[in-house]
Design a protein around this ligand. Structure first.
Ligand code: PGA
Length: 249
């Protein structure tokens, strides 16, 4: 399975000009990695500005709505995203959950996005670690409820990103050891819900304060198929280094 590096720019940078600079600088440092898939997720307004054909990237959106069209002011649908060349959507990021997104809403988004042909990165694991068991049950709930009703055949377009809240943007990442435990646990939940064949195609990522310095440890010892990178994705050089590490693990 190809390693997956997802660059989540969040609500950055502030102008199209800066976004273009970041995009092209990242394209230069990343180059064309044969065995790593790189997804760049800029804010909505910038999505149409980038031609990814010929670059080593695919485009991702940071969110998506669950209806296809109609009177939903401010929302953006899967088909709209696909029509401008977007192939991935992040769903259920903890920053969106903090704004009130529930598992129910996330589930609707996951189902419509997958049905529309988008690839989905479902983010889970956003609460404080109160104790391993309780925490694990919480993650289980997010995975199970987030994926309710998803047909098996769509699972090949699904990635689950394990992102503990305390690690996001904090400069204090999880350890590869506990990420490994969670990656195994998440794969087990998927296995139980969807069976071996369908669940075997789902990639599991780690996200939370990933840097060029810790990327290799997560990829080698964390049992994950890739990384979701926030802050470091605003530094083209850092993304290039992370992708290089992924190419050599
Ligand atoms: P971070 O963000 O790398 O800045 O911690 C990760 C994320 O929110 O996806």
């Amino acid at each position: 399975m190809k390693k997956l590096i997802v660059a989540n720019w969040k609500m950055n940078p502030s102008t199209l000009k800066e976004a273009e600079q970041l995009f092209f600088a990242t394209a230069r440092t990343v180059g064309k990695s044969r065995n790593v898939e790189v997804i760049v997720c800029p804010p909505y307004p910038y999505l149409t500005a980038f031609r990814v054909q010929g670059s080593g990237f695919r485009l991702g959106a940071q969110d998506v709505f669950w209806e296809e069209k109609g009177a939903f002011t401010g929302e953006v649908s899967s088909r709209m995203l696909r029509s401008v060349g977007v192939s991935y959507a992040i769903v259920g990021h903890s920053e969106r959950r903090a704004l009130g997104e529930t598992n129910e809403v996330i589930n609707k988004k996951v189902n419509t996005a997958l049905a529309a042909g988008l690839r989905v990165v479902l983010c889970v694991g956003e609460r404080e670690r109160v104790g391993n068991t309780e925490y694990a049950l919480f993650v289980r709930e997010e995975v199970k409820r987030g994926l309710m009703g998803v047909p098996r055949q769509f699972l090949k377009r699904l990635t689950v990103a394990y992102e503990p809240l305390w690690a996001i943007g904090s400069g204090a990442p999880d350890t590869p050891e506990s990420t490994l435990e969670m990656a195994i646990y998440i794969r087990r939940i998927l296995f139980d819900a969807f069976g071996k064949r369908a669940s075997g195609s789902v990639r599991v990522l780690y996200g939370g304060s990933v840097t060029p310095e810790n990327a290799r440890a997560f990829l080698e010892d964390g049992g994950v198929d890739g990384l979701l990178v926030g802050r470091a994705s605003l530094d083209a050089k850092a993304v290039g280094e992370i992708v290089k590490k992924a190419a050599h693990t």
